[in-house]
Design a protein around this ligand. Sequence first.
Ligand code: ADP
Ligand code: ZN
Length: 753
Amino acid sequence: TTLDKPAPGRKPGAAARRRVSVLLPLPFPGPFDYALPDDGRLDDVRPGEVVSVPLGRRTETGVVWDRDGTLPPEFAPPPGRPVADGRLKPVIARAGLPALPAALRRFVDWVAAYTLSPPGLVLAMALRTSQSAQAAPAQGRAQGWAPADPPPAGLRDTPARRRVLDVASRDGPLGGAELARRAGVGAGVVRGLADAGALRPVTLAPAPAFAAPDPGHCPPTLGDHQAQPAQALRDLAAAGGFSVTLLEGVTGSGKTEIYMEAIAACLAKGRQALVLLPEIALSAQWTGRFARRFGAEPALWHSDLGPRLRRVTWRAVADGTARVVVGARSALFLPFAELGLVIVDEEHESAFKQEDGVTYHARDMAVVRARMDDAPAILVSATPSLETLANVGAGRYRHLVLRARHGGAGMPDVRTIDMRAHPPERGLFLSPVLAAALDETMGRGEQAMLFLNRRGYAPLTLCRTCGHRLQCPNCTAWLVEHRARRIVTCHHCGYQDPTPPACPSCKAESSLTPIGPGVERITEEARATFPDARILVMASDTLPGPAATADAVARIARREIDLVIGTQIVAKGWHFPHLTLVGVVDADLGLGGGDLRAAERTVQLLHQVAGRAGRAEAPGTVMLQSYTPEHPVMQALVLGDFENFMRQEAEQRRPGFWPPFGRLAALIVSADTPEAADATARALGEAAPHGDGVQVLGPAPAPLAILRGRHRRRLLLRTRRDIAVQPLVRQWLARVPPDRGARIDVDIDPISF
Ligand code: ADP
Ligand code: ZN
């Protein structure tokens, strides 16, 4: 436990004060010790309780932290210097918030140790949510009425009054209006009874913010290929205990349908469930589906939640009234009272990696969270990550596979269009082959989709006279033209400018030329080619928020749209029953850049896009415009042979100990000047760890060599799988003296390498 008992024979007080450790949501290396106040008011404070403490001249909110280590020794941070008893400051008060459960505290410690982040910054993710809650109670308390016991002597008895008292004792306590309604009397009768002292006021418990989902509300009739995996998941959730299962199945095979059965079993057992989605825009569709299955909405959690809902939800998760939470990665840090199941949908998505602040991968941390709560975890994907497949291969994860689409819908027919043989006309981007297919599809009254993972009009603007390119002043990146908004903007730092009328370099007028397409430009081309088509553009900048996205999806489902043109947002798990043709404008797009994971990511993305086609009765066709149709990525998509492709990927990474066969940490050095960045990067290079199974690559320019005006260098530490990178990085950083000009960010398990 946390509380140090006073040493025997010594009186509590100034000489030997009782201490508690309090972790503050701030970037310190660990918790601070505080004294319990002498008046004994907080003597019973327990780990997890939220308290206010002095810090310098300020008052901060923190959490009473366990002092005995819960971490594996190689992770444990070095102990801080103990503070003498006499100098400890006392805890001020309890903050009036639910305590953080032990499993969440251990999770915070674990994430901090694994990601090499200050534990307070991880705690901040668990608390951020609640801080605005301190002043106001979660909900107003309503007043209700119950019969006085004993009743007042000499009460005038009427049939109306008797009905009210009967209802109040049978159904009560009830609010006045509800009581009158149920008794079939006017409000005056209730008031009269209250005045006479026959009804006494009671405070009603607040109505729960979240209705309880009913596991038996509307269970599905499972298809033949679904029954066995569904039963396996139900059994896992009902049995409880930590395990990880990969639920793999082609898009439309019913994975969502089936993991809802695991949720049903978890609910029936009286435990809470957490479902992580990669994209919060998906939550509206998901929530509707959940409500049809369980008769109640789940709680939603993401960073755009308003402060009131955030407060209410946080408390409802803590007190157990929110039974199912669906959310973005930050939902991992909610204070679940009795977590019994963790699901990660689209587990392969890179959106699960948080890149700012504490850099963590929500899929991996979800597995850790499940372990802390001794609950099963289910990872769901049509195209699982190589990491997860390796864990399956090593026997660490179970594997359930759904091989067919539900209801006998066929897999789409995937073909490449060789752009060398069928080039588009000058200045256009759609091959005549694709244009003809689009025309035919829409002519039959079916829907079509064009996919291009690039926002804006053109990714590059070039001066035809002098060759100047419009570049971000803060980043190593082109400015992207957004023609509708008449701006050029940087997709990395947000810098923007009105689109210049003349070349900023040689001043030549009307010489700036857009190079390459973005969705806006493809839309322009489609409007010109198919003037009668009803076209909808779906991109993150044209759809502000989940409601707009849900609305767009609904319009497509109602067949108000003939052609959808979109960026990666269209690739998500949407169900478009009338869509039969998907054209990928530039299937080669993700393959450049020399990132070892590029092929895996491209296959996953394009497979996901392809999965939008032909989900109902009509078969679907997918056309991939490519200059390299012989590339293994295109072949895997055409043959639908994801398994074989991933096996080949694995064989490429295995010899060099690249993830998942080895471990990786990236150190990113950033500084205001290239000299400062180089100096620190060099110092890191000289102090690099070495040894058997340990290798350091770099320093080299980081993938974005300049970002937001900061010059960036990268070093990669690669180790064998049986060697933990955290202690190596910790010791490495300790060997390099801190430099005022440069900062070093650590990214454990970087997703690009
Ligand atoms: P996935 O998550 O694998 O893409 P879904 O669970 O979304 O698949 O299922 C695809 C479609 O098939 C959805 O519209 C879903 O409602 C429907 N579906 C799947 N299984 C069943 C079932 N057993 N009964 C009725 N509809 C089902
Ligand atoms: Zn920029």
